[in-house]
Design a protein around this ligand. Structure first.
Ligand SMILES: Cc1cc2nc3c(=O)[nH]c(=O)nc-3n(C[C@H](O)[C@H](O)[C@H](O)COP(=O)(O)OP(=O)(O)OC[C@H]3O[C@@H](n4cnc5c(N)ncnc54)[C@H](O)[C@@H]3O)c2cc1C
Length: 396
């Protein structure tokens, strides 16, 4: 039995987030998110700046570092309710990924130097983990950092690096030695993107937009103070970060918003009564799956120890959340039918004032469908998440 005062506090917090979305989230950003359009850096900045007065940029950080000490439940409620209210994804690379690594494992100087600009959104980060040949098998990474006096010299390549075109800094997993166990030779570095020798090459994804990149490092010299924790200890920090990555992957708020859009379109489709009946059944099935996922997330958030890494629950949320997003997007495409065949990426970059669901939003729905294909890959593919569950729960 859950104490009623706890439930009341959760409902009150949910109401606060709803109030923020209605009154403080920039209307232009909300309209773009609801229409499924591509967001520019300025859109994300406007969103982040609107969170600063409430101290919500990094609410899950400890108060000592400018956060609000949110419980896992408060964090879940914020992410769900803000997505329902039309807020964008809180780009996680600084706030949710490297920030917690720095305040948990970094030096005092690194904490002082890097945490305040993340909170103020004046410095942006990118995640340099994956390489060609080292995605699921991350320990196979080959980018090397060799000591030369009081510097490391980095050579190698990263790939699929999200939004590094906007980043001031990148955190890197690099090989600093060839040990018997591959994981022992990996270190975690913080690298200024302005350092000479770094080249960024964009990769256009099938939605025609610029989300990801290749990053090349040619004799990039960084000071030894760029190292987080111990040399060779990077695998531990990398795993700590990945567990935080999966915890935010259910994206139930986004699914709620997108399913509501589909429902609105289907309910407006009275001229197609036979299809309407079929789609009402399909929506009901999707709603049931969404309810089940939300119930699972709420229970997991209530039981989660913020100080301990999440268990297989995070992998379950990632699998079910990404599959559901794809199922909703597919149903949307099928309802749109022939309208969903033509797609011009230029249309998803346009400003749109309208935020209601309807044919005018078709390009945005197609973009979300196309980009959503990646949801079962990024953050660790769903096959890898299934391996994690098998190992943790079945001992395989
Ligand atoms: C849109 C997008 C954004 C990304 N952003 C970033 C980023 O910002 N920073 C970053 O570092 N990385 C990023 N990634 C990379 C992402 O983490 C990797 O794509 C992912 O881990 C899979 O690695 P891979 O692409 O090398 O595929 P591979 O590891 O080559 O896998 C190919 C296929 O084989 C399957 N497979 C592999 N090994 C196993 C196994 N042991 N058991 C069962 N099946 C297996 C996989 O599930 C997959 O289906 C991003 C990827 C995408 C698509």
């Amino acid at each position: 039995m859950i104490p009623t005062d706890l439930l009341e506090a959760e409902s009150a917090f949910r109401a606060e987030v709803r109030d923020y979305c209605e009154r403080e989230l920039p209307a232009r950003v909300r309209a773009k998110v609801r229409a499924g359009l591509y967001l520019e850096k300025q859109d994300y900045l406007d969103f982040l700046h609107s969170l600063i007065p409430r101290g919500w940029v990094a609410g899950h950080w400890p108060k000592a570092w400018g956060g609000c000490d949110w419980t896992p439940m408060q964090r879940f409620i914020f992410e769900e309710e803000s997505a329902v209210g039309g807020a964008p994804w809180l780009i996680p690379f600084g706030i949710s990924y490297v920030g917690p690594v720095i305040f948990t494992f970094g030096s005092a100087a690194q904490k002082e130097r890097f945490l305040p600009p993340i909170l103020a959104s004046t410095e942006w980060w990118a995640q340099g983990y994956s390489e060609p040949g080292a995605g699921s098998d991350l320990a196979a990474l080959k980018t090397r950092a060799t000591r030369d006096g009081d510097h490391y010299v980095i050579n190698g390549q990263k790939i699929w690096t999200s939004y590094v075109q906007w980043a001031d800094w990148i955190f890197l997993l690099v090989r600093t030695s060839e040990e018997a166990r591959r994981q022992q030779g990996i270190s975690f570095l913080l690298v200024d993107m302005k350092t000479p020798g770094i080249t960024v090459r964009p990769i256009k994804t099938m939605d025609g937009c610029h989300h990801v990149n290749e990053v090349f490092f040619d004799d990039v010299r960084v000071p030894l103070s760029s190292l987080v924790g111990e040399e060779g200890g990077g695998w531990k920090y990398a795993k700590f970060l990945l567990s935080n990555e999966r915890v935010i992957a259910a994206e139930t708020g986004k699914s709620m918003r997108q399913l509501e859009h589909l429902n609105t379109m289907v309910e407006a489709g009275g001229d197609r009564p036979d299809e309407q009946a079929v789609f009402r059944r399909r929506i009901a099935q999707l709603q049931l799956k969404l309810h089940a996922l939300r119930a699972f997330c709420l229970q997991a958030a209530r039981q989660m120890d913020p100080a301990a890494p999440p268990g297989a629950e995070a992998s379950i949320m990632k699998i079910r959340g990404s599959e559901l997003q794809q199922a909703i997007a597919e149903a949307t495409m099928e309802w749109l039918g022939p309208q969903a065949l033509a797609y011009d990426p230029a249309q998803v970059n346009a400003e749109r004032a309208e935020s209601h669901a309807g044919p005018a939003q078709t390009p945005g729905f197609i973009r979300e469908y196309l980009h959503g294909r990646a949801a079962t890959i990024y953050g660790g593919s769903n096959e890898i998440q299934r391996n994690i569950i098998a190992k943790a729960e079945l001992g395989l």
